[in-house]
Design a protein around this ligand. Structure first.
Ligand code: NI
Length: 198
């Protein structure tokens, strides 16, 4: 099993395009959303949720949490969680800190599991399918968490190729919570995950 994760959205068009590709392959993803974009595109948030994907918290304004006070960190997380809950009716539990930036203060301020990644597609940097796809697939293994961004249009065709390969090679493509639960991890407390490789 593999968990594909999408940060920084939702986006008015690309997020829907990615959801449609996932439907075609009967697969599910985790979308770590920014509160500032959630309030801009609530209908996209609803469609992502209704299609069976997991929605996680990527903070409100994408600041580096290590540079904020504990109260500011809590506000970034909790305000985003409550906006998502208003739309979907479900409180999101997973948090992805912007830039993967964490320290003791961040860990203490957040009660939720912190989800990092072990495969970085660098899609934000290359904006090029020919570079994104091999970065993800060359080293993919059971339990991996892959970082992608649904705000870039160049990520959309890369997702199509990645899903096609993974499905053909019998990987289950499921949400982060589904994968961590399947691997026997306890998601009820603060803990940092880079992958579910065992
Ligand atoms: Ni981000």
């Amino acid at each position: 099993m593999v968990a594909l994760t999408f940060d920084d959205g939702p986006h008015s068009r690309n997020t829907d395009d990615i959801v449609n590709i996932f439907s075609k392959y009967n697969a599910h993803a985790t979308f770590f959303m920014l509160g500032s974009n959630v309030v801009k595109y609530p209908d996209v948030v609803k469609r992502v949720y209704d299609a069976g994907h997991e929605i996680g918290i990527h903070t409100w304004s994408h600041k580096e949490l290590t540079k904020l006070s504990s109260d500011e960190i809590k506000n970034e997380v909790n305000n985003t969680a409550s906006e998502i809950e208003k739309i979907t009716g479900k409180k999101p539990t997973l948090v992805r800190p912007p830039y993967g930036s964490i320290n003791e203060k961040v860990r203490n301020a957040i009660d939720n599991p912190l989800i990092l990644w072990n495969i970085d597609s660098l899609d934000w940097k290359s904006r090029n399918k020919e570079k994104i796809v091999p970065l993800v697939l060359n080293d993919v293994q059971d339990g991996d968490i892959v970082l992608l961004h649904d705000i870039h249009s160049t990520t959309v065709p890369a997702v199509e190729e990645i899903l096609k390969y993974l499905v053909e090679n019998d990987y289950q493509i499921i949400t982060v919570s589904q994968m961590l639960n399947a691997k026997g991890y306890d998601l009820s407390k603060t803990r940092i995950f880079y992958s579910a490789r065992q």
